[in-house]
Design a protein around this ligand. Sequence first.
Ligand SMILES: Cc1cc2nc3c(=O)[nH]c(=O)nc-3n(C[C@H](O)[C@H](O)[C@H](O)COP(=O)(O)O)c2cc1C
Length: 207
Amino acid sequence: MDTQINNLDLLGSLQSVEENCWTLLHGGASSRKSAMHQAAVATAVDGMALMRTVVLRRVDMVGKRLFLHTDLRSKKMNDFERGDCLSWLFYDQSVATQIRLSGKVILHHQDSLCREHWGKTGHHSRRYYMSETAPSVAFDEPFTGLNPALTSFAYTLEESEMGLANFVVVETEISWMEWYYTHHTGNRRAVFRYTEGFLKEASWLSP
Ligand SMILES: Cc1cc2nc3c(=O)[nH]c(=O)nc-3n(C[C@H](O)[C@H](O)[C@H](O)COP(=O)(O)O)c2cc1C
């Protein structure tokens, strides 16, 4: 344990901010009603930064990892192959809290973790992974990407297994987290740094 962690023990409230952040994130993954159930995630490669909304699927509070689901054929997968970092942005107005995180991406495709998540994916959620049309294909007219059978959910759970080939779990091993809290008495801000799931540094920041 380094000096900064010892300082943390003295600054209990800094420690509780860190714990509260992970509790909020965990609540985001487990409740669809949470404002933190969705996040914006950003990649930046080849001089172009891009954000998109994703669903926060799982939070490992011990290992400091966040998980999302995506399509193997999506543009962001190219980004992950070219740069292995991902930034997450959460804001919950009801608790006046923004949480920003960043870390290294670990891709899970057709491994045990991928199959575990796929097994918990509902019949209805599977149809885009079953579509013959990859994300981001250009069309002359509006198109959902779904054929009539997929549109009307006319497929069995067994048939939906074909979607697994396009299903990817994206894990982010968090190395940096920043908390920003807005309040009429003055805003508060703090930063936390991790190495392989262990908190290594924590500090208050001026907002
Ligand atoms: C509410 C909402 C939730 C979304 N959830 C996801 C998600 O969990 N995974 C995902 O890949 N795309 C999700 N999308 C679509 C992405 O925002 C994005 O448009 C798409 O993945 C294509 O991004 P890309 O071209 O950067 O790969 C969601 C969009 C919305 C509006």
